[in-house]
Write a protein that binds this ligand. Sequence first.
Ligand code: PEP
Ligand code: MG
Length: 582
Amino acid sequence: MHVRSGIAVSPGVVTGPALVLGSENFRIPRKYVSRDAVDAELHRFHLALDDVCRDIHANEQLVSSQLGAQYGAIFAAHVQLARDPKLLLEIESLIRQQSHSPEYAVSRVLRKFAEQMQSLGDRYLSERALDIFDLEKRLLRQLLGESREELSNLTESVIILAHDLTPGETATLDTKYVLGFATEVGGHTSHTAILAGALEIPAVVGLGRCLAGFSGGETVILDGDHGQVVIDPDEITLSRVRVSQARNLRVTERLERLENLPAETQDGQRVELLGNIEFPEEVVHCTRRGADGVGLYRTEFLFLSGHREPTEVDHYEAYCRVLAACGQLPVVIRTLDIGADKVPSSMQHQFADSQNPMLGLRSIRLSLRNPPLFKTQLRAILRASVQGNVKVMFPLLSTLLEFRQAKMMLMDVMEDLEEEGIPFHRNLPIGMMVEVPSAVLLAEEFAREVDFFSIGTNDLIQYTLACDRSDPAVANLYRSGDPAILRLIQMVMKAAEKHQKKVTVCGQMSSDPRFIPLLLGLGLRSLSVTPHAIPRLKEVIRNVSITECERISRHACELDLARDVEHFLLGELSRLCPDLIS
Ligand code: PEP
Ligand code: MG
């Protein structure tokens, strides 16, 4: 039994067979071949091996002629490795005696061998292990050839274990078959993690390197509540999981009964609870749970889930679907937030040279540089604005000029629509995300020009504490409870209050029950959250009073370490909502 801990990013506990994705996202299913096909499969393996050795040999000759024999010798060593009699014997016996497919046998034997070398802690041997992974990849490429299957074409239930999944890959997961996923990299608010929440599949990220020895087919328990993955669990662990699944079900049923009750504190303060969505289909996850509308519609996922750039009609139809489901409830459409980790396949080339994409041409910067792209979306938003209660919001503003330019483009599009006689809502509210420290420092100036603020704590934490939100190596620094973040929120609240502008928090911080009393105490009355968190958050809101929240936030703001703030908030939450914590 192998137990690994990571970061819990989407709740739920599931059990199922592993589908391990190699670094090139090969599927390596644990397939069996029929007894009478064994000879043919062995032959197929040897053909693949010969092809791989021929390729490596060609590399050896090329490199030797261009750089000298000492460099070519590197490849000679690779051929030697590929022909290693002990490795070949192990692979052949898995095929012959256990009827495994060559793909599975190659992957299992080579990964086991590479992992043993890595575990010795010797730098030289660790580097040789990389050669073995490379050999595995080459062999799989030969064996699988064109039959490499797409993640979106699964036919049986699996738990995906991968080094990484891009937001684009995650967006196309078939939720009918993917019970959950775990990745070696990723952080609490990486977009892949956020998508797992959106798709409502349990997920754990940031496991660290641990998948090398697994090839797929192993039984896996994935615990998205506690961030744990157990591979090949024993019987006691499996029965413990069944108990916790039953308990989770009881909590969910209890919380579902709150759906039609208002999110109102004990002293009568109504709190607006909105949902964050990425796809139009998710809007039902919000309405079903009694959300007050959509507080953040991440429209860039229209790009990430398709293979071509969406047209104005694609945008328009997606927005209309959301609006139709929301009736008169507000829907905040955020304009494209492309770039960094959200790069559509059709735009890969544009970002290839960026050394630091998180600080590069992303989000509103990209939209302003690409007027046709931006205006296509703005036209669709404006046209849809007559179908419901639409607000538009610009992401990642770092200067006032960006806001003015974006607004000017919106006005231009309004003029065009007017000329064409196409109806739209001229006074639709125009807001901004506050997710860069410069926007907080200039919040007063922004407050004079925008209609509303939405604090994006996911990026605000990343840029304030200078730590990548997707990198588990700095997850200890990436904390919503950091005193610097609390102070920034206070600054936004002060500026907004002075100019009577509404503030919402739409980053993941507001989906975490621990932070609800703090945010209410800081004056927030509107939260936009992952839809599945709505019932839990409603329970917290209904258990607190504003007076109590103000006391909690005053005390939290006096603490000078994130760890102490979060510890204090957890203590307060367990006192206020003991049922939720247990
Ligand atoms: C944020 O940064 O907090 C936010 C809500 O936007 P995203 O997670 O899409 O970057
Ligand atoms: Mg953001």
